[in-house]
Design a protein. Structure first.
Length: 326
């Protein structure tokens, strides 16, 4: 089997809180293979975005990586000098953010910003740059791409701005696309169109993707592998269809049960009690323990990552059997 494109091992990220370093990402394990889409889901505060920013080394101070490795194509990104990281960022690893207004400069045209994404990594004449930009916009479904290159971001709809962000990210043919909730702010129809377009682009290019979302329905429609994060840890990981059909962690089961479609008509929605909570106030041992109906004294220890079914890993002392209710 080929070596993974991205292999995150025991990644820990800490922020100073109350005079001490508090881990907000705690020994995360995550693998992305070549040509694979890995979906990462979890509530707000679970550590999804910080994991993504750690990969591309864009953590805001005072956050810092305090342990573990981020091996991309055999190279540990956590140890790379910034100059070498800049060559990878935007060229071999591209990122699409949830809000395209945070990506696009309001005072520059779409064409100027897309051109910069090309020329900052390689020399190219103006005609070649323009042709590449036009083709990139056309591939994400933007009509009249020549005209759109002259537009400013505020002249485009939210869906078109996100398409521009995706087109820009794919300009240099990255090996890995990191998408941090890129369709959350869009209506369902546009969301479905963009998901389809991104899948097609990834298939055509052979690139891998790390797709981050709080919406299991979105991730399950696009991902090959599903990773569920809670309180800075990956608590379950495995083939997407397998995890959806037979979740092993009570938290994963709770996320699935919260869907209205999973409940009888007129019945109250099932909820996971409580909230993720602040990293500084997380309990020892299993962080999900205060919200879990299956918790016992054993859960005061830290559960190890173990394979519960072929290819499906879980961090839980009391994993669910297929079909079992949390």
């Amino acid at each position: 089997m080929d070596a993974p494109l991205l292999e995150i091992s025991a990644l820990t990220v800490a922020y100073p809180i109350g005079g001490r370093d508090v881990p907000v990402i705690d020994e995360v394990e995550l693998t992305v293979r070549r040509g694979e889409i890995v979906g990462v889901v979890g509530e707000s505060g679970s550590g999804k975005t910080i994991t993504a920013y750690s990969i591309v080394r864009l953590l805001e101070a005072p956050g810092r990586i305090t342990g573990g490795s981020i091996r991309f194509d055999g190279v540990d990104l956590a140890m790379l000098p910034e100059e070498a990281m800049r060559d990878i960022r935007g060229r071999r690893i591209a990122m699409v953010l949830q809000d395209p207004t945070a990506t696009l400069n309001p005072v520059l045209t779409v064409g100027a910003q897309m051109a910069e994404a090309i020329t900052c990594h390689a020399a190219a004449d103006a005609r070649t740059v323009r042709e590449r930009c036009v083709e990139a916009l056309r591939r994400v479904g933007i009509a009249n791409p020549e005209e759109r290159l002259q537009a400013y971001p505020h002249e485009l709809s939210g869906g078109m701005r996100q398409r521009v962000a995706i087109a820009t990210a794919m300009l240099n043919g990255p090996n890995l696309l990191i998408a941090d909730e890129p369709t959350t702010a869009l209506d369902v129809t546009i969301q479905a169109q963009i998901l389809h377009e991104v899948q097609r682009l990834l298939e055509e290019s052979g690139a891998s993707a790390l797709w981050i979302s709080h919406d299991l329905s979105v991730v399950s429609s696009i991902a090959d592998v599903l990773a569920v994060m809670y309180a800075g840890r990956v608590v379950e990981e495995g083939p997407c269809d397998q995890v959806i059909a037979a979740p092993a962690h009570p938290y994963t089961r709770g996320l699935l049960d919260a869907f209205p479609e999973a409940n009888a008509h007129g019945a109250p929605l099932r909820q996971i009690p409580g909230s993720v909570g602040s990293p500084a106030a997380r309990p020892s041992g299993c962080s999900f323990r205060p919200r879990c109906r299956r918790a016992t004294a054993a859960c005061e220890g830290v559960p190890e990552r173990r394979e519960i079914r072929p290819g499906q890993f879980v961090r839980c002392f009391h994993p669910l059997a297929p079909g079992e209710v949390a």
